[in-house]
Design a protein around this ligand. Structure first.
Ligand code: 13P
Length: 342
């Protein structure tokens, strides 16, 4: 029974034409986002900003779930409805980021391991009571000529699997997020190679730790040339390399792959997802769980001012709609202009 519920939640999160909003920026990360628009990051501003996104009329047609941060899952709309309850009533599944961030990995220069396993069983039980139905844990890896090390890859894979097993025991769907950062000058082939090693380790550990992959989602990076590379791959090459990597390393039992945007522009993130879905069907749903690529235009339009809330909601709604189109391979860049004109 518990298993079936996990499977159903995982499938609902990748329902046709819908994806996930990552609104789980930690206090430090949301401060950086607010700094970029010259807005002070206070608890109530963060609440108001998230409320503006969550209450966007009609966005539930394109958004299946929202990932919240610890502070946010305890907050409410201004009329007093707790955010998880508000979202659930709109048909949007509430989720929660449960890792405690990437910390320096001992005896490994410039590499990180994600922490947060201590006390996780108890925290998951509390989040479940607060209304969460799925969770997220992000591991990060940098690409250089020598990194990531096997040590970093396996330490993070082990932690991701421990997290995933605890989530399933608690009745929450784990989103497993191994993010190979795409900063640097690497080629797309190098990104393919590193992402392949990372995914291979992640699925080895998930199986070893008895995780039922039917009740999970994968949140990977797309396979890209480094952001500072001189000759960067185009969307069709990105789609080819990313799909090749996923076909080799992600079991077909996984119901969905929900990409992170990872610093791509909002329109690139949409176009790249679209390119992969024009080659559907695939064994898994290919969807999105974007943070910046869904929020950036809304954040700019808002600028911290209440009177801009409607314009910001329109900007967020538009990005959600474009990405929903990319779920079926029916996105075209001209749709960006039509919507602006409308
Ligand atoms: P970005 O889409 O901004 O990379 O954020 C997704 C996310 O949740 C990172 O953990």
């Amino acid at each position: 029974m518990a298993d079936n519920e996990l499977h159903e939640t995982a499938k609902a999160l990748v329902a046709e034409g819908k994806g996930i909003l990552a609104a789980d920026e930690s206090t430090g990360t949301i401060k950086k986002r607010f700094d970029s628009i010259d807005v002070e990051s206070t608890e109530d501003r963060r609440r108001a900003y998230r409320e503006m996104l969550f209450t966007t009329p009609g966005v539930e047609d394109y958004v299946s779930g929202v990932i919240l941060f610890d502070e946010t899952i305890r907050q409410s709309t201004k009329d007093g409805t707790p955010f998880p309850e508000y979202l659930q009533a709109k048909g949007v599944i509430p989720g929660i980021k449960v890792d405690k961030g990437a910390k320096p990995l001992a005896l490994a220069d410039k590499e990180t391991v994600t922490e947060g396993l201590d006390g996780l069983r108890e925290r998951l039980a509390e989040y479940k009571d607060l209304g969460a139905r799925f969770a997220k844990w992000r591991a990060t890896y940098s690409i250089t000529d020598d990194l990531p090390s096997d040590y970093c890859i396996w330490a993070n894979a082990h932690a991701l699997a421990r997290y995933a097993a605890l989530c399933q025991e608690a009745g929450l769907v784990p989103i497993v997020e191994p993010e190979v950062l795409q900063d640097g000058t690497h080629t797309i082939e190098r990104s393919f190679h590193v992402t392949s090693r990372v995914l291979d380790a992640v699925y080895t550990e998930l199986f070893d730790q008895r995780v039922d992959v039917f009740g999970t989602l994968l949140k990977p990076n797309m396979v890209l040339s480094g952001y500072e590379a001189s000759d960067r791959a185009n969307k069709d090459e990105i789609a080819d390399w990313t799909l090749r990597c996923l076909y080799k390393h992600v079991p077909p039992a996984v119901p969905g792959i929900v990409f992170l945007s990872g610093g791509q522009s909002d329109e690139d993130a949409t176009a790249n997802l679209n390119a992969m879905n024009t080659e559907a069907p695939h064994p898994w749903q290919l969807s999105f769980s974007y943070g910046r690529a869904l929020q950036a235009p809304a954040l700019q339009a808002w600028g911290g001012k209440d009177e801009n809330a409607e314009a910001a909601q329109r900007a967020y709604y538009h990005r959600a709609k474009m990405n929903a189109a990319a779920r079926t391979g029916s996105y075209a860049p001209e749709m960006e202009r039509e919507a602006v004109a409308a």
